[in-house]
Design a protein around this ligand. Structure first.
Ligand code: ZN
Length: 198
């Protein structure tokens, strides 16, 4: 069954990819991104500069260094639209915010360089990076027992089973299906991502 979403809400009035490219060339951002492959990447400094564009800027920069966007021929406009929506869906709570998403993204990229992951397919690397950056999207700042004890809407929806984890995965998928955000559309990649979910 085709999921019907209110498309008008998600029309992108500005060219997000142009803005992401500008941030990628900004001297202060370039200085911080010298350490994008390192453990101590300055997420806070980057957030102060780029705000909600940080997730798109960091993801695109890592993916381009790894040749992923080029390898899969991903549409940069669609990729950037997706990440702007993800950043906006991270709530402004003290820890589980978009900065945490970027922190886990850069840490995952760091771990993926270790010997144990040598030879990992591009598709699996892309899946790891997307999962890392989206893993806490929409986090309300409460934990699962809190949601379950409260009998919250989320707990009821997911029948008390891995409530937040299910919500993060569903939210990511829902964002992907928004107008102009489905960077997997037309790629055989979507089949792989479906299999990863099973
Ligand atoms: Zn987390």
């Amino acid at each position: 069954m085709q999921l019907q979403l209110p498309k008008k809400t998600y029309v992108h009035k500005i060219n997000t990819a142009v803005k992401v490219r500008k941030w990628q060339q900004n001297p202060a951002a370039l200085k911080i991104m010298e350490k994008i492959e390192d453990w101590d990447f300055d997420v806070f400094g980057m957030a102060n500069l780029c705000g909600n564009y940080m997730l798109a800027v960091v993801f695109c920069s890592i993916s381009e260094r790894r040749g992923l966007l080029q390898h899969f021929g991903l549409n940069i406009d669609t990729v950037c639209n997706f990440w702007i929506q993800v950043a906006q869906e991270y709530k402004k709570n003290p820890y589980h915010n978009h900065m945490h998403g970027v922190d886990v993204l850069t840490n995952t990229n760091y771990y993926l360089k270790s010997k144990i992951f040598e030879g990992l397919a591009e598709l699996d690397i892309l899946a790891c990076l997307v999962s890392a950056a989206c893993h806490d999207v929409g986090h309300p700042g409460n934990n699962n027992p809190f949601e379950i004890n409260l009998e919250s809407e989320l707990a009821v929806r997911y029948n008390d089973i891995s409530v937040l984890e299910n919500m993060h995965a569903a939210k990511t998928w829902e964002i992907l299906k928004r107008q102009g955000c489905d960077f997997l559309e037309g790629h055989c990649l979507s089949l792989h991502f479906q299999k990863t979910q099973e």
